[in-house]
Write a new protein. Structure first.
Lengths: 248, 590
């Protein structure tokens, strides 16, 4: 089953960067998005993310994520338009200031979500954890927790789908058109999901401990993640991006 | 031979005052042995595995008495990590066992942690992958592997650490017969070539009797029998009382021994042994064998005793029809092609084939969870493409492999009544009918379903299927994870439903169960139905079985062999009783 954050194999520069550099790049795009205040800059940053995504071969993944995010962004725009009462009215109840701050908030939402997903699609979770432990000196316990949580997302989605299928086959109307009814039907289903997930996490903990989890140190990783010239180039770009965000 | 693990009067309960999961177990695991552990559910098998690998006392808390020695050291005095250097443990839930998302990283994890020098790591990885025969999977994402492949990855990840003992908890529970065999072959090679001691908990008696050199039978937290497979399966009566199956060939030799035709010990544990035994009896009695019997005086082939098509099935309207049904998952996966199938009320139809052959996809097309891409599925007069699933659910009830996905209520009574309430029956009536069924099944009505054992949870799920009195029951691996007695209870209930006119469609890997209960079979491979027909005809069709990569049940294999080598009278024998009766007839004639 495909998941938005699953790794997409590839050999592009983006794939070959040090995982820490990739995190830095994503973080700088996000920082620049927060700092920038003009439409041009926000749209340029969003375009940069999309171009990088297409280059790395995860363009279709980003577009499918956009499809989910755009309605959320639209809802945000509508709320902003209703609640921001300053400025001059332009259309019905909406004011110009409301529309401007709303649309910028929408662009920022997209600009924050996409770089993170892009970074995850070009990095193996194990590499990310190992590199962060090696260079950022994050304790392995936290890195392991983080990667395991991400790895469990598709496992639990699958479990949830299987539970919903089983309940549908019993006659629970999950195929209803009414989203509120569907939500109330889904609540009791969370019980079996919770029961299985607690069991699974406990089993994983045991399996990890039986393979020497507590012996692991910063030097344990077989693979090393040295910085290369391309990482330095990207680091300079990161600084430039943040400066770009500050200025515009 | 010294013992790598010794249990000395070990008792354990998961909470103070709780019933003992293990009680006074004294057990030695000799170095280099291949030990199988079998017993009904709740016998304490998994608890024993947890004691053997040190998870008790280090991971699970509770009250522990007695002492466990691993390589001479008390497990209470060394850490779990130190125990793990000697004992590799593979958990029952294979998805939870994995710590990485790529096969190579999964193997690296343990090696890195235990501080294996980096220049040796490559060597260990290659050796472990080669030992289980999955060198080609090295760069694959674990999520894209099949159940059998995942099981091998789990074994390889443990193997890379060069353990001296391998403890496996039900490694083949979710696998088809061919993959199960492959896993056992891997274990046997490791045991023989690398000298690794293997301890495996398993329900499949035919595999245990073939591969293990020692079998331990557990019941109620105690070890009740132990010895070589021949010694253990010689106690057929005791095993039946405990609720443990015996290989079908052992049942044949035990029946023949009871009739005074052969000595009681040792029982025949394989088709080879049983064929040799029967041929010996016939030869001794002077019956003509081996080709010379093809004369008119040979007795007529044994009358089949497999369930014959039920009389009320003929002439009735079909309750389920597949007409040219195709379906493919958008993301890839087990698709099906041009399925044709008609099922009448009261029929019990088995669907067999390898993992990934499209069996589960076919069952989802029956209960409407999937809609055919082309062709039509008609269920009790409803076209599944237009009828909503909740409507189809009033006619079709499904029993899933994992009961936990089906259960969602706080008490057994609510759970069983839930299906009726969904079908629009008023609450009081629903509860009354539910109470009747719960009483018949002997379940605790006020308990929470989640506090029950695995077997009992399956019975609750079955009760909620029975109570809605459906036209069709779909069973997806109804017996996996159940012990022999629970399996028989489930299947007898299903047979009773069929006798009351309910059509049953059963996907099942256990060929013995299929041959005992299904009257008609559909054989699937690569999304197509390769053949369909009466159970004994299908099992006797060696070419078809070969193409679907399905191993026929032991009795069919034995009958086929005896027909060829001893007497045509064995043709069509498909049950233990058929073979025994034919032998008696031949002996009486002589």
């Amino acid at each position: 089953m495909l998941n938005v954050i699953d790794y997409i194999p590839g050999t592009t520069v983006l794939h070959r960067l040090n995982p820490v550099t990739k995190v830095a790049l994503a973080a700088s795009i996000i920082a620049a998005t927060f700092l920038a205040d003009s439409y041009a800059a926000l749209i340029a940053l969003l375009a940069l993310t999309l171009v990088l995504g297409i280059y790395a071969g995860s363009g279709s993944r980003l577009l499918s994520l956009l499809k989910v995010l755009v309605p959320v962004a639209a809802l945000m725009l509508a709320l902003q338009a209703i609640f921001v009462r300053r400025g001059t009215p332009v259309l019905f109840f909406a004011t110009d200031e409301g529309l401007i701050s709303g649309s910028k908030a929408c662009l920022r939402l997209l600009g924050v979500a996409l770089p993170l997903v892009l970074m995850l699609t070009v990095t193996k979770l194990t590499d990310l954890a190992n590199a962060c432990v090696e260079h950022l000196h994050i304790p392995y316990k936290y890195a392991f927790t983080f990667t395991t949580a991400l790895r469990f997302v598709p496992v639990f989605t699958q479990e949830m789908n299987a539970i919903m299928e089983a309940q549908t086959a019993r006659g629970v109307e999950f195929d209803t058109k009414n989203p509120f009814k569907k939500l109330t039907l889904m609540l009791p289903v969370c019980v079996p999901l919770l029961v299985t997930s607690v069991g699974k996490t406990d089993a994983t903990a045991l399996a990890a401990e039986e393979r020497g989890f507590y012996l692991r140190t910063r030097e344990s990783s077989y693979k090393r993640y040295p910085f290369a010239a391309r990482d330095a180039v990207v680091a300079v770009c990161c600084v430039a991006l943040i400066a770009f965000g500050l200025v515009l | 031979m010294s013992n790598i693990i010794e249990l000395n009067d070990v008792s354990f309960s998961y909470a103070p005052g709780a019933p003992r999961a293990l009680s006074h177990v004294t057990l030695d695991i000799p170095t280099g042995s291949f030990t199988g552990i079998i017993g009904p559910s709740g016998a304490g098998k998994s608890t024993l595995a947890n004691v053997l690998c040190g998870a008790i006392p280090h991971h699970f808390t509770g009250e522990l008495f007695g002492a466990t020695y691993v390589d001479g050291q008390d497990t209470c005095e060394i850490t779990l990590t130190d125990i793990a250097r000697i004992i590799g443990h593979v958990n029952q839930d294979i998805d939870a066992q994995m710590v990485a998302s790529v096969v190579e990283d999964e193997l690296l994890f343990g090696l890195e942690n235990f501080g294996v020098p980096h220049q040796h790591i490559e060597k260990f990885i290659t050796a472990a992958l080669d030992a289980v025969g999955i060198a080609d999977l090295r760069d694959r994402e674990i999520a894209t592997l099949s159940g059998g492949q995942k099981q091998k990855v789990a074994i390889a990840a443990i193997l890379a650490l060069a353990p001296r003992v391998l403890v496996m908890d039900e490694p083949t529970a979710a696998l088809d017969p061919v993959s199960s065999r492959m896993v056992f072959e891997v274990l046997r090679d490791l045991n023989r070539d690398e000298g690794i001691t293997v301890v495996v908990i398993e329900q499949k008696v035919a595999l245990l009797s073939e591969f293990c050199d020692r079998i331990v039978v557990m019941d109620g937290g105690r070890t009740v029998l132990s010895g070589t497979p021949h010694e253990v399966f010689g106690h057929a009566e005791e095993l039946r009382e405990i609720g443990v199956d015996s290989p079908r060939t052992a049942r044949i030799s035990n029946s023949l021994a009871a009739a005074g035709l052969c000595p009681a010990e040792p029982p025949a544990l394989s088709v080879d042994e049983a064929a040799g035994l029967v041929e010996g009896i016939l030869r001794e009695q002077g019956t003509r064998i081996a080709g010379s019997v093809r004369t008119a005086e040979a007795p007529a082939p044994a009358a089949p005793t497999t369930p014959a098509p039920r009389p009320h099935a003929a002439g009735a309207e079909p309750v389920l029809t597949f007409r040219g049904v195709s379906f493919a998952y958008p993301g890839g996966g087990a698709s099906v092609n041009n399925l044709e199938l008609t099922v009448y009320p009261g029929e019990l139809v088995g669907v067999i084939g390898q993992n990934g052959a499209g069996k589960t996809t076919a069952t989802k097309l029956v209960n409407g969870l999937l809609k055919p891409a082309s062709g039509t599925v008609t269920v009790a007069g409803l076209d599944t493409r237009t009828a909503p699933v909740s409507r189809i659910a009033r006619h079709v009830a499904t029993l899933f492999q994992n009961p936990d996905r089906q259960l969602c209520k706080n008490t057994v009574l609510d759970e069983v009544a839930f299906g009726l309430e969904l079908a629009g029956i008023d609450r009081a009536e629903a509860r009354r009918r539910a109470e009747r069924v719960i009483e018949r099944f002997g379940l605790p009505a006020e308990e929470s379903p989640f506090s029950l054992s695995r077997g009992q949870r399956q019975m609750v799920a079955l009760a909620s299927v029975v109570v809605v009195e459906p036209d069709i029951v779909v069973l997806d691996e109804p017996t996996s994870g159940l012990d022999y007695r629970e399996c028989m209870t489930v299947m007898e209930t299903v047979r009773e439903m069929a006798e009351h006119g309910c059509a049953v469609i059963m996907v099942c890997h256990d060929m013995e169960v299929v041959s005992d209960f299904a009257e008609r079979l559909a054989v699937m491979a690569d999304g197509c139905i390769l053949g369909a027909g009466a159970t004994r005809d299908i099992f006797a069709d060696a070419a078809l079985m070969e193409r679907a990569r399905v191993a026929p049940p032991q009795v069919t294999a034995l009958a086929e062999r005896l027909t060829r080598e001893a007497s045509p009278a064995f043709a069509h024998a498909s049950e233990v009783a058929d073979v025994v009766r034919t032998v008696k007839e031949l002996v009486n004639r002589a």
